[in-house]
Design a protein around this ligand. Structure first.
Ligand code: CDP
Length: 224
């Protein structure tokens, strides 16, 4: 009889939500709390968008976008330029191209199945983690907040990073990006039916973390 593997299954926490909903901070804090690996999947789309901008190509250029996504080097995810709003807009354009999503799928699934550093779990944050990338995730959290609060958070973040940010413009760009992300034909931003809905409009980062932890512990009291 074949010996059964004794390795415990990897715990996967999927955190999805719109721009500046608070999902990134929550995912980082959860990963730190549990000692899990963290992947900000938005960086993959941002790096693809940035590669096109740097090559002087349009983010609508499907062939170039698929090639850029397929050739991404993980070191590209550390580039500080990824944080800008022009890159965010390019990211959401390339993210609507099915071939780009297909090119990035394997990397994300491998990260979840075998987290780097032999960690016992992985936290992935994005738009489609609970619906497409890891439909069998151990825990799924869908984070949302009003558009006004999200735009104000993004303005604060941008200003803290030294960038110029005009509220009305950030709000306008965020609305356009929300619309693209929610209405695209592949992997649109939507809550998985089995995800916990966490509205962060009235919560600070500590409150968001506490609510998410309550949810996780209520399902698996022994931890995760
Ligand atoms: O930080 P923010 O929430 O503003 O954006 P992000 O998570 O870095 O994602 C940038 C863009 O990448 C989003 O607007 C989406 O269009 C796309 N994205 C996606 O399609 N799927 C993901 N899993 C993550 C990001």
């Amino acid at each position: 009889m074949a010996a059964e593997s004794s390795a415990p299954p990897v715990v996967v926490i999927a955190v999805d939500g719109a721009a500046a909903s608070g999902k990134g901070t929550l995912a980082r804090w959860l990963a730190r709390h549990f000692g899990y690996a963290h992947l900000d999947t938005g960086l993959l789309y941002r790096a693809t968008g940035l590669a096109l901008i740097r090559a002087g190509k349009s983010p609508d250029d499907e062939t170039a976008a698929i090639e850029a996504a397929g050739g991404l080097d993980p070191s590209a995810l550390d580039d500080a330029a990824l944080r800008g709003e022009e890159v965010a807009a390019a990211a959401s354009t390339v993210a609507a191209i099915p071939g780009v999503r297909a090119a990035l799928l394997g990397f994300q699934r491998r990260f979840a199945a075998a987290p780097p550093g032999g960690k016992p779990g992985a936290v992935l944050d994005g738009r489609d983690i609970g619906t497409v990338i890891c439909p069998d995730a151990t825990h799924k959290i869908f984070v949302e907040a009003s558009i006004e609060v999200r735009a104000a958070r993004r303005v604060k973040e941008l200003r803290e990073s030294g960038a110029d940010a005009i509220h009305a413009r950030v709000l306008r760009d965020m609305k356009a990006r929300d619309a693209r992300d929610r209405h695209r034909s592949v992997a649109p931003l939507t809550k998985a039916s089995d995800a916990f809905l966490l509205d962060t409009t009235e919560l600070d980062a500590d409150g968001v973390f506490a609510a998410a932890l309550d949810f996780i512990m209520s399902r698996t009291p022994s931890g995760v």
